[in-house]
Ligand binder design. Structure first.
Ligand code: C2E
Ligand code: CA
Ligand code: CA
Length: 702
């Protein structure tokens, strides 16, 4: 490649009129007229010219300022031209072109001057065009040398200074030169490498070969101006290194490439570290986990643990502070987390606000718990980000080698399951993965599968729980409560599948089925036992469905139930989750005379002010107040307030979960209108409910 550079520079300077204006010349001549004449004529050509009348003045000038060329008379008073030349060269000023000016017959002087190191000579009387031509020649040589030196230096720098390896590929012979640094990058001793192209291409990761070949092909066929490709190469130690290869083809006059050369940079670090925190990234982590797993398989005492860390509520922090500050928090957090592990442990950034830790060489499994505790402890102090104090907490899931794993992905999966459990249990805590958790999560999957089929297989049932007027103990109606009769598990309570049904969206069809069935049943009973209300639960998801009203109306039409006897029960959170739509939905329900009740009232937002905005018909006082009424006067006070408020706003009140006579008595005392609970009846099958109806309302009419 050095040779190429020479050729290129030569090419650049050859035959072209090089612009030499501004070059600095020194004319040394003791005869003032000669000197001045030459000086003026050269200046007219654009040179910058200084004059010296003797050798000493010349040397002084050369020492004090840079010149590009010297015209030096041999015959000088004092020290002569040859001596001046000698001293110039002695100063190691080898590059300065010196053209001697001599008498025509002084051939001895000329020979001596050339021996000392003069570049050229002219004879007196000077022929100006000749002088000019000589000056030009020497100045452009000087330029070329300087340019070459610069490029050589640049080249040397590129080879030695940077960590880049170099390759130079002769396309005609298909042999490739690979620099020592190139070889070192893949862990090879210098002598080991032949000049076969396979030395490169056979090392490329199978997944990257295709892309590399097509990038090379694109460049050789002039579809790209430079070649650039990132690929993995097998290191002598068996690992893969990421390299960035860049290059360019050299083409003949017809444009056909005959040679291609370029550099290679090791970018493994860039590829496996997270740019924000500088921590290892997922790729590097999984690689280390794989190694830990292999070690454990060979030697069961080589315990390891994996901690998956997820920042609680990071979204809120990120949105509240802005992404920039969110990033700072992640950086500070990663530093603090590092102080909680030993240097041999790996802490990696796994994704947005997820970190993952590999504890290598644990003494026992309790080590993992200790690290998790240390991390929680470390987060008790706030972070200071641009003058703001920010607190954050982590949910940590732990998976241990002793569970027995075949693949690193499985370890991470279990740590993730445990982490989600930590979140579900209230965040800012750690959970260890165990078999039970595994069973739970696979059970959940099974439940989901079963749930999808339950409707079509007719596995749901509606149970009816009586709602009673407390004053005169009259049965006013029922609440419809779903049950799942699972073919294997038997009776499944709603608490065990409703949330899953909500997550999967299955709840929408389930709730409609319940409503339809309950309405149909109620109309049938009304025919025989007189008017009844039917309360139906509606999930938050269902409440927000755009076709909610439509579907309710079609249910009413199908069952012929009068709309004022249908009560929908929604929770406070269903309202609050849909504040923008809630008012519209409520007024639409009202316009159709359908009733709406707030379920579990008092457990949610406890802000009564929103009730003005959302005029429901009924408040269902949550069971928790009723059940603790006996022990605490405080609960009674709350119920009293709720009842007073409801009366004030013309809402009805239903107390849930009445189990004892004393609860009933107190609620009556507090003026609560309706009640529901085991004291009156449990949720009953349709047949059982009908018997209850007969008890309350006598024999059927038809
Ligand atoms: P909920 O709407 O608050 O229903 C009242 C729950 O309290 C029922 O539990 C009922 O059996 C129970 N309960 C009633 N009286 C007493 C009592 O005196 N003592 C005690 N300890 N418990 C009493 P269930 O049937 O297990 O339903 C649980 C929850 O599942 C319901 O709470 C409701 O939120 C939901 N749910 C039930 N059916 C449906 C449905 O068809 N659709 C939707 N979306 N949710 C439903
Ligand atoms: Ca309810
Ligand atoms: Ca309730």
């Amino acid at each position: 490649m050095v040779k190429d550079e020479y050729a290129r520079v030569k090419e650049d300077t050859k035959g072209k009129e090089v612009d030499l204006t501004g070059c600095r010349l020194l004319v040394v001549d003791d005869e003032e007229i000669n000197r001045d004449l030459l000086q003026r004529r050269l200046e007219r050509r654009g040179f910058w010219v200084a004059g010296a009348k003797d050798g000493l003045e010349a040397l002084r000038l050369i020492e004090s300022q840079p010149f590009d060329l010297v015209l030096l008379d041999i015959m000088l008073p004092g020290i002569d031209g040859l001596e001046v030349l000698r001293r110039i060269r002695l100063q190691e000023n080898l590059e300065l072109p010196v053209v001697m000016v001599s008498a025509k017959d002084d051939s001895q002087g000329i020979v001596e001057a050339l021996n000392i190191g003069a570049n050229d000579y002219i004879t007196k009387p000077v022929d100006f065009p000749v002088v000019l031509a000589r000056i030009r020649t020497h100045l452009s040589h000087r330029r070329a040398r300087a340019a070459l030196r610069e490029s050589e230096e640049r080249y040397a720098l590129a080879v030695a200074g940077a960590n880049d390896g170099l390759w130079d590929w002769d396309l005609r012979s298909n042999r490739i030169y690979l620099s020592p640094r190139w070889k070192a990058m893949v862990g090879l001793e210098t002598e080991e490498v032949s000049t076969e192209t396979g030395e490169w291409f056979n090392r490329v990761h199978p997944d990257d070969v295709e892309r590399l070949k097509s990038d090379l092909d694109d460049h050789l066929n002039q579809r790209t101006t430079t070649f650039e490709n990132e690929h993995r190469m097998m290191h002598a130690d068996g690992s893969y290194r990421w390299v960035l290869s860049r290059g360019m083809a050299v083409r003949d006059t017809a444009g056909a490439p005959y040679r291609m050369a370029g550099s290679q940079t090791d970018i493994t670090a860039r590829k496996v570290y997270d740019p924000l925190t500088g921590l290892p990234n997922r790729i590097l982590f999984m690689d280390r986990l794989e190694h830990a797993l292999q070690r454990f398989k060979r030697q069961k005492s080589e315990l390891f643990g994996v901690l998956l860390l997820d920042l609680d509520r990071f979204k809120i922090v990120n949105e509240g502070l802005g992404h920039n500050l969110g990033d700072r928090l992640l950086i500070q957090l990663s530093r603090r987390l590092k102080t909680c592990v030993r240097t041999g442990d790996t802490i990696a950034r796994f994704g947005g606000d997820e970190f993952i830790v590999l504890l290598d060489e644990m003494k026992d499994n309790a080590d993992a718990v200790r690290v998790a505790e240390r991390m929680q402890e470390a987060l008790k102090k706030p972070f200071h980000i641009q003058g703001q104090e920010v607190f954050c907490t982590l949910s940590i899931g732990i998976a241990l080698s002793t569970t027995g794993y075949d693949h690193p992905e499985d370890v991470v999966r279990d740590a993730d399951t445990a982490m989600n459990r930590a979140k579900a249990l209230g965040k800012a805590r750690h959970e260890m993965f165990d078999r039970a958790m595994h069973t739970r999560s696979s059970q959940r999957l099974q439940t989901e599968t079963d749930l999808r089929r339950a409707l079509e297989r007719d596995e749901f049932q509606v149970r009816y729980q009586a709602i009673v007027a407390l004053e005169d103990k009259q049965l006013s109606g029922f609440e419809a409560l779903i049950r799942w009769i699972h073919p294997k598990r038997g009776l499944v309570n709603p608490d065990d599948f409703i949330s899953l049904a909500e997550e999967t969206g299955l709840i929408i069809n389930i709730d409609h089925w319940v409503m339809r069935e309950a309405c149909r049943q109620t109309v049938e009973w009304e025919k025989r036992y007189g008017p009844l209300t039917i309360s139906v639960n509606l999930s938050a998801k269902q409440f927000a469905q755009p076709d909610l009203i439509e579907r309710i109306l079609s249910n009413l039409e199908y069952s012929k139930l009068s709309p004022e006897n249908l009560k929908l029960e929604i929770t406070e959170s269903a309202l609050m989750d849909n504040t923008d739509k809630a008012a519209d939905i409520i007024s639409s329900l009202k316009s159709h005379k359908i009733k709406l009740g707030l379920d579990d009232f008092g457990t949610g937002y406890s802000s009564l002010s929103y009730l003005h905005r959302f005029p429901v018909d009924t408040l269902k006082i949550d069971r928790s107040f009723v059940s603790r009424m006996d022990q605490s006067g405080e609960n009674a006070a709350i119920i009293k307030t709720i009842v007073a408020l409801a009366q004030n706003m013309d809402f009805q009140t239903v107390a849930e979960g009445i189990e004892t006579d004393s609860q009933l008595a107190s609620l009556k005392e507090l003026d609560c209108r309706y009640g529901q609970g085991y004291l009156f009846s449990k949720p009953l099958t349709a047949d059982e409910a009908e018997k209850l109806l007969q008890e309350y309302r006598g024999a059927p009419k038809v």
